[in-house]
Design a protein around this ligand. Structure first.
Ligand code: GPP
Ligand code: MG
Length: 535
């Protein structure tokens, strides 16, 4: 850990040595795309009507076709155009229950996954029955790889009291290895569909396939929405530059493009532009404040800052740089004004204050542990770590951003505490999986991996295995909570859970935020910058 002397006080400041931002903001401001032209929109509208027709046909006679179509729409990031049609199709599929008596493992697993993904409770019994049957078949016969992959995907929709995930995982793994599907297995084991962000994967899924109506629509939709995202990115970049924070606060990260990518992963749909803008600003602040607590501030300064946030009074802060105070309070106050104006509601500041206070208090607990040399147990660490993940704070911004009615947003926020806690836990655990190596080297505050290593006296690899199992446990809880949530709230809750999906993606290969120039860079390019080549 490198130390730098602060000119104004005796506290030796630390630095994380983050690399400078890699994006050329002038270049990003100058991005243009032909897909802003009206003719593409008109073509997309015509194609949507055609697809609506396809979705309306093939009713009960061919449930498998319909399931595959809906699955394809999800993967192509098209389902948001056909919400009502998909909802009706799934309700009628459920009432006709094509799983009963079905002897095909692939379609049974697909039915189970699609219905559960869309919030319906369906039993896993049919999958178990067919797995039993399959196990009895002579093993020399090659297994059906397609069915095994689907069983594997479906298993991620399992609930807490079901042994589906563990059993199906073992079953599919064994059969896929036998069938030389190792590469596919490694890929989906890392990021199964249910844990993935549709928008991040849509491009790859569309590429090379734009022959059918569906794929042509997906390609056009991707490029048209990308133009809108680019315009929003330009706006948040202007805000960020005017804030001028990265020139003044050199200890922190300049990661506004990645923050925007995070917001796009949570909600890509055109109607959620304000959500993306507010969420990007919130994430940018989260990163600055996190660095203030983790590496920059002294214990005394952090105590002052935490109190000042709780009382919402910047004059309480005497020592930290002016820029921290002004960017923090100004950004949040301005956001409150924008929310009031756009949603026609009263100030949401009391709610924003509450989540920011909770976040800062949790960061302060971690800083105190660090400064006092205290080693928390894993459960002590996680009881605090889900809040320090910023998950509750992000969830509030998301719910405010997608709701027309703020009272409803606050109601869902308060009634979804458990699902928010588990999504936040996943963010914390994924962040620790991705960043603990650098943090261990820097001698930073604790991570869940370090806590587990200490507590169970195990190797880093064993601790990582345990943390992975905690991620799976939280997903099982989320699956159960989502299915039992009121149907009217499920669409909103889905966006909250998307935070866990984005975290899985961002941290799957290391610190996707601190380190910009690897997978995250590729994702920024493919999602935000380069249009998809269309024939
Ligand atoms: C970008 C978002 C919203 C990420 C959520 C987790 C988080 C607070 C990361 C801050 O970076 P870090 O890697 O320094 O995390 P920490 O210090 O909390 O381990
Ligand atoms: Mg940190």
């Amino acid at each position: 850990m490198e130390m730098i002397e602060s000119p104004n006080d005796s506290h030796a400041r630390r630095t994380a040595n983050y690399k400078p931002n890699i994006w050329n903001y002038d270049h990003l401001q100058s991005l243009t795309s032909i897909y802003h032209e009206d003719k593409y929109r008109r073509e997309a509208e015509t194609l949507k009507e055609e697809v609506r027709g396809i979705l309306g046909a093939f009713d009960e006679e061919d449930p498998l076709y319909k399931l595959e179509l809906i699955d394809e729409m999800d993967r192509l990031a098209l389902s948001s155009y056909f919400v009502e049609e998909i909802c009706e199709s799934l309700a009628s599929l459920k009432s006709s229950n094509p799983s009963a008596g079905n002897e095909d493992l692939y379609s049974t697993a697909l039915y189970f996954r699609i219905l559960r993904q869309h919030g319906h409770h369906v039993s896993p019994d049919a999958i178990h029955r067919l797995m039993d049957k399959e196990e009895k078949l002579v093993m020399s016969a090659r297994s059906d790889g397609k069915a095994m992959l689907e069983v594997f995907e479906a298993s991620h929709l399992g609930l807490e009291d079901e042994c589906l995930i563990d059993r199906a995982k073992a079953f599919a793994t064994k059969h896929l290895r036998l069938s030389n599907f190792n590469d596919d297995l490694d890929k989906i084991a890392k990021c199964p569909l249910h844990w993935s962000v549709n928008w991040y994967n849509a491009r790859k899924h569309i590429q090379g396939k734009n022959k059918s109506t569906l794929h042509r629509l997906a390609g056009l939709s991707f490029n048209i929405i990308q133009v809108q995202h680019q315009n929003e990115l330009k706006e948040v970049l202007r805000w960020w530059r005017n804030l001028g924070i990265s020139e003044v606060l050199t200890f922190t990260r300049d990661r506004v493009v990645e923050s925007f990518l995070w917001a796009v992963g949570v909600a890509y749909e055109p109607q959620y532009g304000s959500l993306r803008k507010w969420l990007t600003k919130a994430i940018s602040l989260v990163l600055i404040i996190d660095d203030v607590y983790d590496i920059y501030g002294s214990n005394h300064e952090l105590h002052q800052f935490t109190t000042a946030v709780e009382r919402w009074d910047p004059t309480e802060i005497q020592q930290l740089p002016e820029a921290i105070k002004s960017c923090f309070y100004d950004t949040i106050n301005n956001m409150d004004h924008e929310i009031q104006k756009e949603k026609g509601c009263d100030s949401v500041l009391p709610h924003l204050k509450k989540v920011w206070t909770g976040f800062c208090k949790a960061l302060f607990v971690e800083a105190k542990w660090y400064h006092s040399g205290h080693s928390p147990s894993l459960s002590e660490y996680l009881d605090n770590g889900w809040t320090s993940s910023s998950g509750p704070l992000l969830s509030l911004h998301i719910l405010i951003g997608i709701s027309h009615d703020i009272t409803q947003a606050i109601h869902v926020f308060n009634s979804s505490k458990e699902i928010i806690r588990h999504s936040s836990l996943i963010i914390r655990l994924c962040n620790d999986q991705g960043t603990s190596k650098a943090e261990l080297e820097r001698g930073d505050a604790h991570s869940s991996i370090l806590c587990r290593m200490r507590e169970a006296n195990v190797t880093e690899a064993a601790a990582r295995g345990h943390i992975k199992s905690l991620v799976t446990d939280s997903w099982k809880k989320i699956n159960g909570l989502f299915i039992s949530a009121p149907r009217s709230q499920q669409p909103m809750i889905r966006y909250v859970v998307n935070t866990a999906r984005v975290a899985s993606f961002i941290y799957q290969n290391g610190d996707g935020f601190g380190v910009q120039d690897r997978e995250t860079r590729d994702q920024v390019l493919s999602c935000l910058i380069e249009p998809l080549p269309l024939a």
